[in-house]
Write a protein that binds this ligand. Structure first.
Ligand SMILES: Nc1nc2c(ncn2[C@@H]2O[C@H](COP(=O)(O)OP(=O)(O)OP(=O)(O)O)[C@@H](O)[C@H]2O)c(=O)[nH]1
Ligand SMILES: [Mg+2]
Length: 307
């Protein structure tokens, strides 16, 4: 960028900040905390996020466009390929990368592989290692943990935070702002994301299923929104179909006497109401879509393929 161009922004900083890392390290939790709203589904299980999602934070001095990504992981499915590509595209487009790790566990081979991959893409100063979940690390272990994680990225900055508490988040925000280049306001200042409410609702339903189901079942779930419409004042009618990969999974999702689907539905409705600020009437049904995670046509139709 030329000096002339830089001057035109008058000290305003902006840029795209990718949140990348293994599944379940707290990337979406961090995104939600920054925008102050539940725009990205969160669950206690890995692979909650399946697509890139923006969280836009605008102040007088800067516009930070966080890009939440799905946790990168080794997977055999065609869906896994899409998920990993989503993260890689975000990496390539980013002005700054936040490599988020779960500090409550020791770094493992996956962290090492990711660190190498990310480092190869970016020059120093464009990459920050974020040690999240520090609230779960006993004080006497903190120093050693830092040393262990520091080995992943020797030349770069490291910051310790907890996505669920404000002081660390504020510190990280300051750091991020200072590392961004001068630039324009890419989005209107009142916009916090590009994702439609109905897409967020789909993810919230899937997250409720992830929280409640065990083993392989929840990972083979796809939520299809059939109806998402306003009805009367402040009431939204939602009809969605939970697609599962096998006949035997259908019964598990429905549960004995329909108890499981009821539980998923109640939790999802609550989260969608919190997100949308509306009363929600949610109807769920369960259907089998055999082996959809490896079905190129299905994945293309629902935007889960780059091909
Ligand atoms: N104690 C604690 N829990 C956290 C923190 N950050 C996230 N969590 C929890 O960790 C779990 C995973 O959080 P997510 O935000 O869904 O993780 P993610 O990195 O987006 O995961 P994927 O979308 O699967 O890649 C949830 O149960 C969160 O509540 C933290 O700083 N401290
Ligand atoms: Mg996520």
């Amino acid at each position: 960028m030329t000096e002339m161009n830089e001057m035109q922004f008058d000290g305003f900083r902006s840029g795209f900040v990718a949140l990348v890392g293994k599944p379940n390290v707290g990337k979406s939790t961090l995104l939600n905390a920054y925008v102050g709203q539940m725009i990205a589904a969160v669950s206690a299980k890995p692979q909650t996020t399946r697509r890139r999602q923006l969280g836009i934070l605008t102040s007088e001095k800067a516009q930070i466009v966080f890009v939440d990504t799905p946790g990168m992981h080794a997977g055999e499915y065609k869906l896994s390929q899409f998920i990993n590509e989503e993260a890689q595209y975000a990496l390539m487009d980013a002005d700054l990368i936040l490599f988020v790790v779960d500090a409550s566990q020791m770094p493992d081979k996956e962290d090492q592989a990711l660190a190498a991959e990310i480092q190869a893409l970016k020059e120093p100063g464009k990459l920050l290692l974020v040690m999240n979940k520090m609230d779960l690390v006993p004080a006497e272990l903190a120093a050693d943990r830092r040393t262990q994680f520091q080995k992943l990225l020797p030349f770069d900055d490291l910051i310790e935070i907890s996505a669920v508490s404000a002081p660390g988040r504020d510190l990280l925000l300051e750091k991020v702002s200072s590392l961004l280049p001068e630039g324009p306001k890419y989005y209107p200042e009142d916009q916090i994301t590009e994702t439609y409410e109905r897409e967020i609702a789909e993810d919230l339903i899937r997250a409720a299923a992830l929280e409640n189901l065990r083993d392989e079942v929840p990972y083979g779930i796809f939520v299809r929104m059939d109806d998402y419409k306003a009805r009367e004042d402040n009431l939204r009618y939602i009809h969605a179909t939970i697609l599962v990969e096998r006949d035997s999974h259908k019964g598990i999702v429905i549960g004995k006497g329909g108890l499981m689907i009821k539980k998923i539905s109640t939790e999802a409705r609550q989260k969608i109401e919190d997100m949308s600020g509306e009363k929600v009437y949610l109807e769920l049904q369960v259907k089998v879509e055999k082996n959809w995670r490896n079905n190129p046509e299905f994945l293309r139709r629902y935007g889960l393929s780059h091909e």
